[in-house]
Design a protein. Structure first.
Length: 338
């Protein structure tokens, strides 16, 4: 994998020159004087005869006594340019030029007869392609994605989009406007889950390298959900007002990557044995542990808080209710599951 370069030519050319003759013309794209004795040159970007004027569709912006060194192509591109009129200038004056073909340049008068100049090449663009794979429609409702990259002038958005569970393609570009290509792009993918999954929406922050051909990135969700069956053996049969609030957290290498919750009550607890599937969303990251926390009431008594972490994969977690006579409270005890 090769990193992109600024190609063979540097991102700008520069030099110094001296005014001469009664009317002096200069080509900022080639960096040469183009004065003609019999009239205006078709290749001149500006002319000078005690006053400055632009030619052949070029435009200028007088900046006065400003810092020449801090003006780069990005800042020059933000200026407002004028194609008409003459401009008086003095030693130390700086002006910006948008050349006849649209390049950006800066010029500083050192004294009444000499000046220095710098012309910036147009930035090079590389293509960015982000592919979001499809996911089961019964679990995923929406992807919201964006791709950005950093420049010396701040963060720039390459592409963004909103897609359904069928996924889609985002197309954009990345440039070397900061004189060099950045090393990577940053991709953010927000996933919204179907209400029936009881999964909290998540945001995946990823990165992809920029190569000499640009960026090609595939986000391919797993098509099979990781699921753990939570089986609750609640004896005696729960009462009508009993409930259990179940919360779960998936982790990978200690980091939380997903979480969700479910309130079990009424018909959910109508049987002595209650089963509920805790599902993990389809995405490229595999969880290695599942933390389950349960609070609530059984037989009209508050239960002791249950909080335990299980190693994955774990297909079934069986919890049985047990009355602690001393505390007059019910506990949930794990029968198997690590």
């Amino acid at each position: 994998m090769k990193r992109p370069t600024s190609r063979a030519a540097p991102p700008w050319q520069s030099g110094t020159a001296s005014f001469h003759d009664s009317y002096f013309e200069f080509d900022l794209e080639l960096g040469v004087p183009v004065s003609q004795m019999d009239g205006f040159s078709p290749n001149g970007d500006f002319g000078w005869c005690e006053l400055l004027r632009v030619e052949n569709g070029a435009a200028y912006c007088a900046l006065g006594l400003t810092s020449y060194e801090t003006l780069d192509r990005h800042r020059l591109a933000q200026l407002t340019y004028d194609k008409e009129g003459w401009q008086r200038w003095a030693a130390g004056s700086v002006f910006a030029v948008r050349t006849r073909s649209g390049k950006y340049a800066k010029v500083e008068l050192n004294d009444f007869y000499q000046f220095r100049w710098q012309t910036f090449d147009d930035p090079i663009f590389l293509d960015v392609k982000i592919v979001l794979g499809s996911a089961p429609s019964e679990f995923i409702t929406r992807y919201v994605a964006s791709c950005v990259y950093d420049t010396p002038y701040g963060r720039v958005t390459s592409c963004s989009g909103t897609f359904g569970p069928e996924g889609g393609v985002m197309l954009g570009q990345v440039s070397n406007d900061g004189a060099a290509f950045p090393t990577e792009v940053f991709i953010s993918i927000a996933v919204d889950f179907a209400p029936a999954t009881h999964l909290t929406g998540i945001v995946k922050n990823l990165s992809a390298p920029i190569t000499e051909t640009g960026v090609n990135f595939l986000f391919e969700p797993n098509q099979v959900l990781q699921a753990t069956a939570l089986t609750l053996d609640l004896r005696p049969t729960p009462l009508a007002n009993d409930y259990l609030a179940v919360r779960w957290t998936y982790r990978a290498a200690g980091a939380v990557i997903a979480s969700g919750q479910k309130l079990l009550s009424g018909a959910d607890l109508a049987n002595v044995v209650t089963e509920y599937d805790i599902m993990f969303q389809p995405n490229p990251i595999v969880a290695d542990s599942l933390e389950v926390e349960i609070m609530g009431r059984l037989q009209n008594r508050d239960i002791a808080r249950f909080d335990q972490t299980f190693s994955l994969p774990e297909s079934v977690i069986l919890l049985k209710s047990k009355l602690d006579d001393g505390a007059s409270a019910y506990h949930l005890v794990s029968q198997f599951g690590s």
